[in-house]
Write a protein that binds this ligand. Structure first.
Ligand SMILES: C[S@@+](CC[C@H](N)C(=O)[O-])C[C@H]1O[C@@H](n2cnc3c(N)ncnc32)[C@H](O)[C@@H]1O
Length: 191
């Protein structure tokens, strides 16, 4: 059961969509979604959400960034959306050419933590990102050296809460951010 954020209601995405085990779906918590959405809104004009549907769907409705942004995910329950692409990370070459280099922000949370999978997401990210674009991703802390080489990202103090996942993930960006330099009160022991 997802926890309501202090002073806030239940996130509509978490209320509506269950996690599908066969697709390794593990949603961020209500509070973590809020912090990540605020970060996207503060930094992006057009974002691509690679395997991160909870953040895409929690962008403020009718905001310009929501209108411009795209969801890339294998789960085609969202195939009726105009800005959905049925993305399988195994085939980055299938990403439509007209979207290459058009996003100034990319958010990533793959279904697996291995280097082989990250290389595929890295390939897609480099295709999609515009020059000087920003990247935010989540995975295990042990991936830090590999991800610094692959995408120039570093782990930040704010650690995401993913209530049904056994690992504690770290959150990485390729830029400095004051809100992400704060401890997440959901994970007080994180250091
Ligand atoms: C660990 S979950 C990340 C979800 C994220 N924490 C959120 O709250 O939005 C992995 C995501 O990858 C998607 N996925 C599973 N297999 C995939 C594949 N082969 N290619 C691309 N996405 C995939 C799932 O549908 C799911 O949204």
């Amino acid at each position: 059961m997802a926890m309501a954020a202090p002073g806030g209601g239940m996130n509509a995405f978490l209320t509506k969509y269950g996690e599908k085990e066969d697709l390794n779906q593990y949603w961020y918590s209500n509070h973590t979604i809020k912090v990540m959405v605020d970060e996207v809104v503060a930094n992006a004009t057009k974002a691509c959400f690679l395997s991160t549907p909870s953040i895409y769907f929690s962008l403020p409705k009718k905001s310009e960034v929501r209108k411009q942004s795209w969801l890339f995910d294998l789960d085609d329950q969202w195939a009726n959306l105009p800005n959905y692409f049925k993305y399988d990370y195994n085939f980055p070459e299938q990403i439509p050419k007209e979207l290459h280099g058009t996003f100034d922000y990319i958010v990533i949370d793959p279904p697996f933590i291995t280097e082989e999978v990250w290389e595929k997401y890295g390939e897609a990210t480099k295709m999609l990102l515009s020059p000087n674009g920003k990247v935010l991703l989540t995975t295990i802390q042990e991936n830090a050296p590999m991800l610094e080489k692959l995408l120039g990202v570093k782990p930040r103090q704010f650690a995401p809460s993913i209530p049904h996942l056994v690992y504690q993930y770290a959150l990485y960006t390729n830029y400095e951010s004051d809100p992400l330099a704060e401890v997440n009160p959901e994970i007080p022991s994180w250091d």
